[in-house]
Design a protein around this ligand. Structure first.
Ligand code: F6R
Length: 614
């Protein structure tokens, strides 16, 4: 939700800011802007030059052609509107006098602050909460002529979430920033410093980062990086190398990031499994030297996540209860964080997140800290994220950067991590060694099987052409494939805007069957597991009412197609990895339907990757 970039260097930083914005566009894309402290060398004038444009970063690039801005110090922003509609006046940076700020997050007390500043004579030109921050800093600076002090005083008055960057004409060699509840990293170059909401934005210039912690603020110049904590105490945040450099940030031969990311799944799964599985058992040391003991103490599991990551948790519940024999509940973070939870003794809280910055999931983790859990575990794709840093234990997925707003490879690697965890729990609890060896074998075969499933692309393209004219769709599944049906429906609505709902197949006749007629496609996931016969009778109920059936089924089951029933076969696999395999054709289906409909696949309307506001 909104992306921030900033840079201070000896060279012109505008190209760095623009490339950073392009890479951050997945976080918000309704408007963008830059503010550069121009200098004699570049612009024949001193001062802050701001250029903003409604729409995607390309619109800003066009605007910058008309009004070139160059300098050694600058900040930039790509916006996902929360306060005030997408419009140039609401686009960041916001200026007050001689300073400019960009902001990611929500200032909850912007109303009273706005009133106070209006009383002090400040004029507001936008509806944003961010303009309040700009005027507040300007106000304290006017009183003290001390920018660091003014920044700190203003920060102390803000309630809510923010990542902020600040430049001031009076300090042409300093870039200020702060974080509270929204991510911000500092990148280090050779006599250059950068900041961004996500390290991905800066991989063009560095792979060395310091991750700001909650309440930190910093002042950067070419050579120095001063960081203070929330008590204004000087602190050192370790310089770390970014880990995902192996995956390319470019689209390459692919038309969209989403398609590229779908095709990267075999490699992402190999990388996620690397070093954590042996021949016939899992290697638990990844959870720390005393992992066996820690895992042995767990008696219950609570899983909390949002969206697609929540669906991964729902699949894991079947595995954890079925294979490790351990009670497991799964809940969306936005509900969990606001209710009274009963935590049985020795319960592990697991949070799942691609970004590790999702506001609700992060808040749920913080809330859980006071609820008497045995420990907290983050399953996450971003090593330096807040979620990973704040959890007691961490299990990283190695999907590489996921740029497409619709999550694909992050989901399948989360499932791999969760099946690994299930196996580790079963192993520690002395469960059947054959089941453990079988899981490990199946996990290792998975990349190759997914490669086979990806060859369905052409067949699914044809199917998508017929599908795209529909307004609604139903997705059905049973057991571990019910959450996969939910994920298929979410993917379809997200990127093709077709209304889709998923049901446990057994629920159909309890209501949704009333919707079925010849205009209703019904997509079902039918692996050859023990629930197949039950699913077949549910499908008969649909066929009898004229519904258009599309079934993704195991190649070993009876393939006889009827007039309104299309069957697409997938290879036979062990039950444990089947939900991961059946995810692939559903991802391809939503992708190709979106292509036919001509929607913006990587940046669907109204959405943004990494939901860092509540
Ligand atoms: C759907 C999607 C979202 C995310 C959700 C949680 O394709 O991407 O539903 O899964 O916003 O995000 P993370 O996993 O980053 O916490």
């Amino acid at each position: 939700m909104c992306g921030i970039v900033g840079a201070i260097a000896q060279r012109n930083i505008t190209p760095i800011l623009l490339e950073g914005l392009r890479r951050l566009e997945y976080r918000g894309y309704d408007s963008a802007g830059v503010a550069v402290l121009t200098d004699d060398e570049h612009n024949n004038a001193d001062g802050i030059l701001r250029v903003r444009a409604v729409g995607k970063v390309i619109e800003l690039e066009n605007a910058l052609e008309a009004t070139p801005a160059a300098g050694h110090l600058g900040i930039a922003h790509t916006r996902w509107a929360t306060h005030g509609k997408p419009a140039e006046r609401n686009a960041h940076p916001h200026i007050s006098g001689s300073l400019a700020v960009v902001h990611n997050g929500i200032i909850e007390n912007h109303g009273p602050l706005r009133k106070k500043l209006i009383g002090l004579g400040y004029e507001f030109v936008s509806e944003t909460d961010t303009e309040v921050v700009a005027h507040l800093i300007a106000h304290y600076y006017a009183e003290s002529q001390d920018l660091l002090g003014a920044f700190r005083t203003a920060l102390s008055e803000l309630h809510g979430a923010y990542a902020l960057a600040l430049i001031h004409q009076d300090e042409p060699h300093q870039l200020y920033c702060a974080r509270m509840g929204s991510p911000l990293v500092i990148g280090e170059g050779s006599e250059e410093h950068y900041i961004a909401s996500d390290p991905l934005a800066l991989l063009q210039v560095t792979d060395r980062f310091r991750y700001l912690e909650e309440g930190d603020h910093a002042r950067l110049n070419n050579n120095t990086c001063e960081i203070w904590d929330r008590d204004n105490k000087s602190v050192n945040r370790e310089l770390k190398r970014y880990e995902h450099a192996a995956f390319s940030m470019e689209k390459g031969e692919y038309r969209h990031y989403m398609l590229k990311e779908i095709y990267e799944q075999p490699q992402a799964i190999r990388d996620t499994l690397s070093g954590i599985v042996a021949d016939d058992h899992v290697l638990t040391a990844v959870l720390g030297p005393d992992a066996e003991e820690r895992l042995g103490d767990i008696e219950n599991i609570h899983i909390v996540a949002c969206g697609t990551s929540y669906h991964a948790g729902l699949v894991a519940r079947y595995w954890i209860e079925g294979q490790a024999g351990m009670p497991c509940t799964v809940e969306v973070a936005s509900e969990y964080r606001y209710r009274t939870v009963v935590v049985p003794k020795n319960t592990l809280l697991i949070t799942i997140s691609q970004s590790g910055e999702t506001a609700d999931t992060l808040a749920a983790l913080r809330f859980a800290k006071d609820q008497g859990y045995l420990a907290t575990l983050a399953i996450c794709n971003v090593a330096g994220s807040s979620l990973v840093r704040e959890a007691d234990w961490r299990l990283l997925t190695h999907a590489g950067p996921e740029i497409g707003v619709a999550s694909t490879k992050a989901f399948t690697t989360q499932l791999v991590a969760l099946l690994w965890l299930t196996t580790a729990l079963a192993q520690v609890r002395g469960k059947n060694a054959d089941v453990i060896a079988n899981n490990v074998k199946a996990l290792k075969q998975l990349p190759e099987i997914i490669e086979q499933a990806l060859t369905l692309d052409t067949r699914i393209t044809t199917l998508a052409e017929r599908f795209a004219s529909k307004d609604h769709a139903l997705f059905l599944g049973r057991g571990t494939h019910y959450p996969i049906a939910m994920e298929g429906a979410l993917k379809l609505k997200e990127i093709s805007y077709i209304h889709a709902e998923a049901y446990a197949a057994g629920e159909l006749k309890h209501g949704p069957l009333a919707l079925v007629d010849e205009n209703m496609p019904v997509v079902s996931v039918a692996p050859g597991d023990s629930l197949l016969e039950k699913l077949k009778s549910n499908l008969e109920e649909v066929r009898a009412r004229g519904g258009q059936l599309i079934t993704f089924a195991c190649e070993t089951i009876d393939q006889s197609e009827e007039s309104n029933h299309e069957i697409i076969s997938l290879p036979w696999v062990e039950d444990c990895i089947s939900p991961i395999l059946y995810t692939i054709p559903l991802q391809l289906l939503s992708y190709h339907v979106a292509l036919v409909k001509g929607t913006d696949v990587d940046k669907p309307r109204n959405l943004a990757k990494s939901v860092t506001v509540e």
